[in-house]
Ligand binder design. Structure first.
Ligand code: FEO
Length: 618
């Protein structure tokens, strides 16, 4: 009997779950099962996106036939030829002989490698510039080589803004009746399996995953349909942000992952003592016996945590067998950007430490601390100092813990408002641009945040003294150019220190680029551009808070976004002391001096448009 799920009125999940599989790909344990997803679109033309593993083929055919309800299958889009997604292809073509196979040239090569039927007579080769028009829906294709095999491509439905993401954004675990990630407590119950899936299946190919994320970032995406695990329709940012970290080998959390191999418990003993000392000093730790825990779980933990301790006994003049396999696996998965301590043990001729250092030395940005420990059979009291030294050296490379909340001397929370607290808030810096008829204008703002994901909305606070403010209020359309750390001070002078009422801020800039909404954006020293239309306006006194729905967004570089703090520390020239100044107030933003004993509460800096809160008494 069929078992399908409805995604949209014309889109159905027709995949199947497998809870009897012991080892996915013969390597990875899947104690919670695995889902093989396939999607069937019922447009003027019918389109099946990928197939399933042979083990669940029977149910799959029932599902496809049920959703088709007697209609012809017109297209089979093949995104990935690995047999867990293509095993049913041959029988599918026999069941639906009129179906055209839509794939890239590379995918065709792989299909011909795996199958023996005559595919050439029924294949439509597509490239990234092609669109499959099925009636209401327009499907386009993005090549995603090495996510996870070289032939992989993903599919984008521009009509419903759905990304069919192949293996990307997948997760181990059967679906258990749910289909959408928001139907379960994904963070609590599935994020570990999503991490284990990512790190072990595509962890090696971080740069290729980043390339796919970059391409996908230019698309409005309201739903992600992967080939394993749950469909994302809410909080897509949650999984996207994890992918950004994982693909760049950036640790998710500060803490120490300790992996040890111990034959008689003495190496384990040293690892336990080190873990205790780290915990005593407030550092989070996780521990794994590599002879017991499946390697895929430890690989995932290595990607999660910032620091590693590798502790192994020596065996046959080398690294203990399970640890050697684990470290080899870690290197194969391209682990990077970690700080590592090594502990070795050996009753005679301990060698495991130097061999582990050598293996990890081949990885990028792996910092192995000098402090280490060589145990001869069992730990001795004087060696506790060495464990202290390892703990201290690891902690020294971690960020300072956040200071505890400030309290008054008597332990009471202070009364009143300390305005300096407001400077603890973090801000970015942006160029807000608008167009009114033939007039282009822009100004510097520091308050832009994403408010909601669906609908995708941002909030901007804009000083009413800015002419751009009036233009946005009038036209309801805007662009936000997100400044990167490469922004020069001249850019702030151009857009922040003069008024668009009198000046053409773009004159002589060479900036002519316009986004799809016709409004200019800043094409340099900017890492992303967001176009939006105002939906709500809130009068906040000196400023207006605009709520705006995003109508377009694209990235220009991978450079770091500029923060207010970075601007102050590295870009803004330091205000020069003015000896002749008898009395006055100096603008902390641009150095403008207001001369006088008192400064009016409503004074606005004529250069940078900041209020009195940003002035210091000279
Ligand atoms: Fe789920 Fe790369 O196959």
């Amino acid at each position: 009997m069929y078992s399908v799920k409805k995604i949209k009125d014309d889109l159905f999940w027709v995949g199947a779950n497998n809870r009897r599989l012991a080892m996915f790909e013969g390597v990875y344990s899947v104690p919670y099962g695995v889902a093989y997803n396939s999607y069937l679109l019922l447009d003027d033309k019918t389109v099946l996106i990928d197939t399933v593993d042979k083990a669940v083929q029977e149910r799959y055919f029932e599902n496809v036939a049920h959703v088709l309800g007697g209609r012809t299958l017109d297209y089979i889009v093949v995104q990935h030829v690995e047999p867990d997604h293509s095993a049913a292809l041959w029988e599918l073509t026999r069941e639906y002989p009129d179906a055209r196979i839509v794939c890239s040239k590379k995918i065709l090569t792989f299909i011909e490698q795996f199958f023996n039927f005559d595919i050439r007579a029924r294949v439509d080769i597509i490239t990234e510039s092609d669109v499959l028009d099925t009636g209401k829906h327009k499907l386009s294709f993005i090549m995603a080589p090495m996510v996870h095999w070289p032939e992989v491509m993903v599919t984008y439905d521009a009509t419903d803004k759905i990304l069919f993401s192949a293996d990307a954004f997948g997760c181990f675990g059967a679906l258990n009746g749910a289909l959408f990630a928001d139907e379960v407590d994904f963070t609590r119950d599935y994020m570990d399996e999503a991490r284990r899936y990512y790190t072990n299946i595509v962890g090696k190919y971080g740069s290729q995953v980043s390339a796919l994320l970059d391409k996908a970032s230019a698309l409005p995406i309201e739903m992600i349909c992967p080939l394993h695990g749950f469909v994302w329709r809410e909080k897509i940012g949650e999984i996207l942000s994890k992918y950004v970290l994982w693909s760049s080998y950036t640790p998710e959390e500060d803490g120490v992952m300790i992996a040890y191999a111990s034959v008689y418990g003495n190496t384990e003993n040293a690892a336990e003592i080190l873990a205790g000392k780290l915990r005593d000093r407030g550092v989070r730790t996780v521990m794994f016996d590599v002879s017991v825990t499946p390697a895929s779980e430890i690989i995932a933990a290595a990607f999660q945590w910032s620091h590693m301790v590798i502790a192994s006994t020596t065996y046959n003049a080398g690294i203990f067998v399970t640890m050697e396999a684990f470290v080899s696996d870690l290197v194969a998965h391209n682990i990077q950007n970690r700080t590592v301590a090594v502990i070795e043990n050996g009753s005679w001729a301990p060698t495991s430490g130097s061999l582990i250092r050598e293996m990890l030395g081949s990885c990028k940005n792996i910092s192995i601390i000098d402090e280490g420990l060589s145990i001869t059979s069992s730990l001795k009291t004087p060696q506790l100092q060495q464990i202290d030294a390892i703990a201290g050296a690891l902690i020294a490379t971690m960020p300072e813990p956040a200071p505890s909340a400030a309290v008054a001397g008597d332990g009471a929370v202070p009364d009143g408002i300390d305005m300096s607290t407001m400077f603890k808030l973090s801000y970015g810096l942006f160029v807000l641009t608008a167009r009114d008829g033939e007039k282009d204008n822009g100004c510097i703002i520091n308050t832009v945040i994403q408010v909601t994901e669906s609908p995708l909305r941002i909030a901007l606070a804009v000083n009413k003294a800015n002419f751009t403010h009036d233009m946005v209020l009038k036209t309801g359309e805007l662009n936000v150019s997100v400044l990167s750390e490469s922004a020069p001070f001249s850019l702030f002078k151009r857009f922040g220190f003069q008024s668009g009422k009198e000046a053409d801020k773009f004159e002589g800039s060479g900036y002519t680029a316009r986004a799809a909404n016709g409004i200019r954006y800043i094409p340099e020293a900017v890492n992303g551009v967001i176009s939006a239309g105002v939906t709500e306006v809130l009068d906040c006194g000196t400023h207006t808070l605009f709520i705006a729905e995003v109508t377009g967004a694209f990235t220009l570089s991978g450079d770091k976004s500029l923060t207010y703090q970075y601007y102050f520390d590295n870009i803004k020239p330091k205000p020069q002391p003015r000896k002749e100044q008898a009395a006055g107030y100096v603008c902390r933003i641009c150095g403008y001096v207001y001369e006088g004993d008192t400064i009016p509460d409503d004074f606005i800096c004529p250069l940078c448009k900041h209020g009195v809160a940003d002035f210091d008494k000279a």
